[in-house]
Design a protein around this ligand. Sequence first.
Ligand code: TYM
Length: 332
Amino acid sequence: RPRVLSGIQPTAGSFHLGNYLGAVRQWVALQETHDAFYMVVDLHAITVPQDPKELRANTRLAVAQLLAAGLEPDRCTLFVQSHVPEHAQLAWVMNCLTGFGEASRMTQFKDKSAKQGADRASVGLFTYPVLQVADILLYQANEVPVGEDQRQHIELTRDLAERFNGRFGDTFTVPSAYILKETAKIYDLQDPSIKMSKSASTPKGLINLLDEPKATAKKVKSAVTDTDTVIRFDRENKPGVSNLLSIYSVLTGADIAELEEKYAGKGYGALKTDVAEVMVEFVTPFRDRTQQYLDDPETLDAILAKGAEKARSVAAETLARAYDMVGFLPAK
Ligand code: TYM
């Protein structure tokens, strides 16, 4: 079986619709066909200030949501990044192979550090992508299921894997990004020119999966469309309508052409009402399942303990090989 690896940050409150459609949904599908490793990236989370109590709670909440979304501990390896010390260890080696200019060109870093100001932004934020490189290479992943915003980090991973292999000898699998066109980028409901995100979106444009289903329906119904009335997929000229069509299409399995036909001659109100309905059908059981996992912390911890053990056995082997290739003296 080919191997996949991916990660998600433990954000406050809940995952948003972009996280789910862009990434987690694919994770669930890929556990059936691939040797799958999925993690909650708490080391990445502390690149910006975190309250310790909240970080712990958000990490648990993230795991509960991943299980609620359909990850099954018997079909994939689900773990927390900080439980596997090899991530930080390989990241150091990779930091030493990364150019300062190369790291400076990472667009997510540029955006985030510009927002925080150069003196506030941490060195950890600067080397964030290199830690992600280590995450992926430790598991010799063939594919990395993510949204479009992570593409540059996967490119860096490929570059560094090739650089290491070229300099020290064949060690790492060079991975590919696994990005589905239809869901690569889910847009803000109020401003369909930007991606849906916790930091950029206004509350009305952001669908949090754990919000009250009624509130979610309301947000969908007040999504920005355009002054035209035709329901047609056209990313360029009709970004709001296209975003709703993509969301509806993946949640129901109907293809876009089918939907265009279904809504021919109907207004935007009809489309929004239907999207709101499928969304409510999705989030209602999702919330209940998340709560069930949160109510049973022992089961959750047992799943994570098993996941960490499995992940470590793979990560330790790769790290030992990388250390050896670099020329570190083996500890006797
Ligand atoms: P994070 O936590 O920001 O996001 C998790 C996943 O959600 C995707 N995503 C979206 N997809 C489509 N439309 C959107 N509006 C949208 N917003 C977010 C992201 O692309 C991502 O796949 N750096 C990563 C976490 C990470 C990682 C890794 C990923 C750490 N190590 C190793 C893969 C492999 C991040 O911050 O994702």
